[in-house]
Ligand binder design. Sequence first.
Ligand code: C2E
Ligand code: MG
Ligand code: MG
Ligand code: MG
Length: 285
Amino acid sequence: AAKGAGRNRFSYFTPALQVAALNRMRLTNDLRSALKGDQLRLYFQPIVHLSTGRIRKAEALLRWQHPQRGMVSPLEFIPLAESSGLIVDIGQWVFNESIRWVQRWRRDVHPEFQVSLNQSPVEFQREGGSYDVWLSALRQAGVPGQAIVVEITEGLLLDASTMVTDKLLQLRDGGIQVALDDFGTGYSSLSYLNKFDIDYLKIDRSFVRNLAPDSSDLALSEAIIVMAHKLGLHVIAEGVETAQQRDLLAAAGCDYGQGYLFDKPLPAGEFDALLRSHAAMLAAQ
Ligand code: C2E
Ligand code: MG
Ligand code: MG
Ligand code: MG
């Protein structure tokens, strides 16, 4: 059939690639209906204050319960959401759910409770998309911007266009705080920590994984923590799985920890129950 397609026909259009492309197309279509059809779920993972054990922050993590495939990882569907443009509606859904829950937790658990949510670079940099809609949603719900932390990654700041700077300023003006996610995995140019107003630095899981007394990853983590504190940032360690990691981080002055040691990401309702029992426990102390 494909007459004249030439030799490249085989290298560019192999069955395996065809299957993968088809798969992506199907999944993208499914994602479109997932948004309408109530298949997205927002999970929350506690961010624990290391020296007191208090939980006054949580990260919102998106889940897709696919009717046939089961749970699809955000690492798989966020890129599809980005290339199809669905990321805008999905991000808005995540934001709306986040304010609904944080409003409740500020009322019932602690007045300064914060929810952090992720913004992928494509999402953050998307053309024309300002954060006006978010800020007016906050006003409407009567939730202060301080209730929300936006997690972005280093790469975004490296090629900081005026658009990126403007959006960061817009968030700031609305009171929304900013966290630098996966710190240490990107180019780790440190100059941008001064250039932009950032509130939290999240040490990537890859440093936490190999933490041991006298390890080079401990030395690196300690240096990151000291530097962050000097610049006025609070530090959150990601992927804390063992008591030893927690203890080493706490001894190094790390402010917060997040990871399976404390809890895995939980469906919102379960996380809500956890917060209530946690608050009761702390009150009884
Ligand atoms: P992230 O923002 O760095 O989120 C942390 C990831 O580490 C989460 O994976 C979380 O489940 C996982 N994690 C937490 N504690 C541990 C631990 O102790 N050990 C290990 N091995 N893993 C741990 P998850 O939920 O699969 O999300 C993956 C990534 O997808 C996130 O990385 C984030 O970049 C992205 N993502 C998730 N939700 C959203 C969203 O609503 N919007 C956007 N744009 N991206 C999202
Ligand atoms: Mg994150
Ligand atoms: Mg992270
Ligand atoms: Mg990560």
